[in-house]
Design a protein around this ligand. Sequence first.
Ligand code: NDP
Length: 478
Amino acid sequence: MTKKKLTTTGGAPISNNQNSITAGKRGPVLIQDYQLMEKLAHQNRERIPERVVHAKGWGAFGTFTVTDDITKYTCAKIFSEVGKQTPMLARFSTVAGEKGAADAERDVRGFALKFYTEEGNWDMVGNNTPVFFIRDGYKFPDFIHTQKRHPKTNLRSNTAKWDFWSKTPESLHQVTILHSDRGIPSTPMHMNGYGSHTYSFWNKKGERYWVKLHFKTQQGHAFMTNEESKKAIGESRETYQEALYGAIEKGNFPKWSFYVQIMPEKEAEKTQYNPFDLTKVWPHGDYPLIKVGEFELNKIPDNYFVYIENAAFSPSNVVPGIGFSPDKMLQARIFSYADAHRYRLGTHYEMLPPNRPLSGANHYHKDGQMRFFNNFEENPDAYYEPNSFNGPEEDKELAEPPLRIDGDADRYGNEDDDDFTQAGNLFRLFNNEQKQRLFQNIAEEMAGVPEKIIQKQLELFDAADPEYGKGVRKALGM
Ligand code: NDP
């Protein structure tokens, strides 16, 4: 391979990359040394805004394979035949920690998948938990503030966390998962992923189904206790990156099985619980898991920044056959995630290498940051729509079935919702050792929290299961 010549960003060969230009051997430096300025200016711009949430992440490319036929539920091309394979990108993350945070902290994990389908990108932007702390995006900024740093101390605050949770009973289900064993998975390969929200499928006959998405680890669940996580973080802050990178580079490709739960459209009016409430699961007994396929991660991107830091996942990216649902939290994220990427990466972020649809993107959005691609080269006159110059047109065949909506517009609370049964069901599923670790994990995280906030939270544990409240009291030495 012939060695390339070092050049300026303008492509001109560089004759000396070791010394700046000085007046005489002892300096000073001349301002005309533009390459010195250029190097320093580039260094100043090496960072882009980190994600406000999910800043610390680990990712890889992979392949999704259909193993079972679900075409009666959805016409999405990705599922069109058994054996079909679709390239994909996965990014896992913690939620609250900044970009330099340690990997093995107790936190929910992001579980984001981008499928490069033949009809555009489908982004499945989920978590390693089937539920979330809140059911309404209106509360999201407040909730995240409690997970981040206090404005004066610049420290994270147990008081803020428990104050918010104790005043938000809907959080109890997720609080229970977070402080259970699954709150610190050993590696990203040893955890499940869930779409968490309710989405929708529609088929060729125009029938809609509500759907929950489950991705079960084939590596098995593995977790760290608080002590193990402290030790791991003491030795390395990058345990997840090391594990994922190490496994894939060695050819140990991690795999997940993909299942769905399916609810016919009309049934949503009859379920005891609101099936669009992100703080609830659909019990498996009511809606059993249906196998769809599996994916494996098999390639580490050649450049982390290009392919993982620039990866922009958004629930707004759906494809024909897959749609949204009335889930309030999902609807807030549809706006919020894409908007975060416009801010963080720039207007045309969808054309960056990890985000660019392999099937092509033909739209009439015009200029702005990163407009480095042409419109339609064969017909440059087609730069608005409708036009008479053979520009891209809509395809009415792909219309989603209409969604029936009734009810008066208002800011509805969910005061009559049951926030306790499912949290209690989860608690009752734990064996004695798991319960003891749950009590201990909660007690440790309540250090320094004012008594009246602890009392309010204990009432919530009692409401889920009296044994739950009793166990936490004991761990607190009450
Ligand atoms: P099931 O007994 O059918 O399902 C319980 C599920 O809980 C399991 O399938 C497993 O889901 C998950 N689970 C098992 N052990 C743990 C653990 N230590 N920590 C966290 N999750 C665990 O009952 P239901 O479907 O009626 O659900 C009962 C409770 O289980 C729910 O209230 C919810 O908290 C929890 N759960 C339910 C899920 C669902 O979609 N129905 C999914 C996950 C949890 P998995 O195989 O996905 O790991």
